[in-house]
Design a protein around this ligand. Sequence first.
Ligand SMILES: Nc1ncnc2c1ncn2[C@@H]1O[C@H](COP(=O)(O)OP(=O)(O)O)[C@@H](O)[C@H]1O
Ligand SMILES: [Mg+2]
Length: 385
Amino acid sequence: MSTENLPQSPGQPSRKPRVAVVFGGRSSEHGISVVTAGAVLRAIDRTKYDVLPIGITQDGRWALTADEPERMAIADRKAPNVDQLAESSEGGVVLSVDPANREVVYSEPGSVPKALGEVDVVFPVLHGPYGEDGTLQGLLELSGVPYVGAGVLASAVGQDKEYMKRVFTSFGLKVGPYVVIRPRDWERDEPAARKKIVDFAAEHGWPLFVKPARAGSSFGITKVDEPSGLDEAIAEAQRHDPKIIVEAALRGREIECGVLEFEDGPRASVPAEIPPVQAHAFYDFEAKYIDSADGIVPAPLTEEQTVEVRRLAVEAFDAASCEGLVRADFFLTEDGEFVINEINTMPGFTPISMYPRMWQETGVDYPELVDRLVQAALRRSTGLR
Ligand SMILES: Nc1ncnc2c1ncn2[C@@H]1O[C@H](COP(=O)(O)OP(=O)(O)O)[C@@H](O)[C@H]1O
Ligand SMILES: [Mg+2]
């Protein structure tokens, strides 16, 4: 279908596609999502699209927020939040789950609900649980509104470090050694579950990385150097997710690659290298978002390695059935092998984040990136594909 102007009933003036930029959300990555949405609102072509910003509060309320990107920035090392931006402390935006009705309605206790018009595409600028994990994508499928990025399955796979590894392995991508402790393992027999980790360490050596299976931005992850640190690391990971994953530490360089869907299919960006961060035990939240990414673009790799990692990134995109975009993160081991660490279906997306920087270097600037993502979403409809 034409994406410039949506199909019109005869006699109606043509209108621009309406993009709802949804941001904030219930995850611990709320603040960075607001910052990113500010950048998207600034970059999106207003001559081509109408824009409706919708902020989700940390409690999960869909609030109507002002279209004021300048208020959506980090100030005094504090990330902004949707409650500060919401036009009211009570009103809620509702997207109909009737696929025949794309009308968005705003209602506030004691007032007559107000129609906000139709939405043609949703851009979920959300990270982590209830945003990047397939739950929101499920709601949008029910609503029949096309959306930017991965669908239900790919989102869920990308959010779960266990299933992600299982999917990659079954598609022939190499992953590092790991062991999973499910909540039931822990509840049934805690000593046995702990022994499973100790046995794993005996086989693969220390340090270990103890992680919540479904989190992000390094929340709840501990690098454990010796057995005495294990209990605290497990407890910390379980605070974020009852399912935890324990990985052997991989030695090598961290290389990542962006994948973006073009008209003719997914293409990989030039790769980047994330140097070991001295001030942080590993690449953590501060290093990644607040202090801005200090990745090297393009990664200093041989031509052969560059071709290889770009190929693997597209393979990872396809293995998880991604759409729109993904950032694929690898370790280049001392044996010269690319081991996949993870994919992010909604990677850090501020203009200084790695994904936009890699595309910038590849020749796609931030406004074009935003446009390509919206266009890719408009090209498909919801439902099986
Ligand atoms: N198995 C591992 N070996 C070595 N470093 C790791 C390992 N797992 C994670 N790290 C380090 O921790 C960072 C965050 O881990 P990651 O699994 O990417 O979690 P998140 O989903 O929070 O980004 C990685 O970028 C890397 O620097
Ligand atoms: Mg990561």
